[in-house]
Write a protein that binds this ligand. Structure first.
Ligand SMILES: [Fe+2]
Ligand SMILES: [Fe+2]
Length: 187
């Protein structure tokens, strides 16, 4: 047994890495608990942000998007609790080890792209997203905000429940292979 990490054997390090993969169930529950903090105050919106999240994910599901995309739609505003001024970056960072580069970029920048639908009403530049027009994931992010984020404020819409999405979250956060444990820190 090591008392200093530098003395750990290969077997001990392997066990640590294996432990990370096996904790996917726990991580899934933590993500859901945190998402549930969005329940409650509507803050001027037509539905609370928890319902907004379920609705965005359900719209993506109904459109035939893949599991990873649906999970990104479900969790896209989760960072709002701890990072109200950069919630896109927060969730992008949390999911980075498990998702594709395009979905990472989409989550990180969705806040600016979402501005297209209302920033003019605040006297701000609604076209702020234009600075990214030559970026490879520009269209991917426009589509997300157009079809699933700005569109998910309908109080009459019947969304799937969190139980429906739970296995999808589990599958996504079990997938460390995508980028790999060590690569999670890379841009
Ligand atoms: Fe957002
Ligand atoms: Fe949103």
């Amino acid at each position: 047994m090591f008392t200093n990490l530098r003395n750990a054997t290969k077997e001990e390090v392997d066990a640590i890495i294996k432990g990370y993969s096996e904790n996917a169930g726990e991580l899934t529950n933590h993500l859901i608990s945190h998402l549930e903090l969005l329940k409650g105050e509507k803050g001027g919106f037509t539905i609370d942000r928890y319902e907004h999240s379920l609705q965005a994910a359900t719209l993506a599901y109904e459109d035939g998007k893949d599991e990873e995309y649906i999970v990104c739609a479900l969790l896209h505003d989760m960072g709002d609790i701890l990072a109200p001024f950069n919630h896109g970056e927060a969730i992008a960072t949390i999911l980075k080890p498990f998702i594709s580069e395009e979905n990472y970029w989409m989550l990180k920048h969705h806040t600016t792209f979402q501005g297209y639908y209302f920033w003019d009403k605040l006297g701000q530049n609604k076209n702020a997203r234009d600075k990214y027009i030559n970026e490879p994931y520009y269209a991917h992010t426009v589509e997300f905000c157009d079809k699933y984020d700005s569109a998910a404020f309908d109080p009459a819409y019947k969304s799937k429940s969190i139980e429906f999405f739970k296995p999808m979250i589990h599958n996504v956060v079990s997938n460390l292979n995508h980028k790999g444990f060590m690569l999670a820190d890379n841009d």
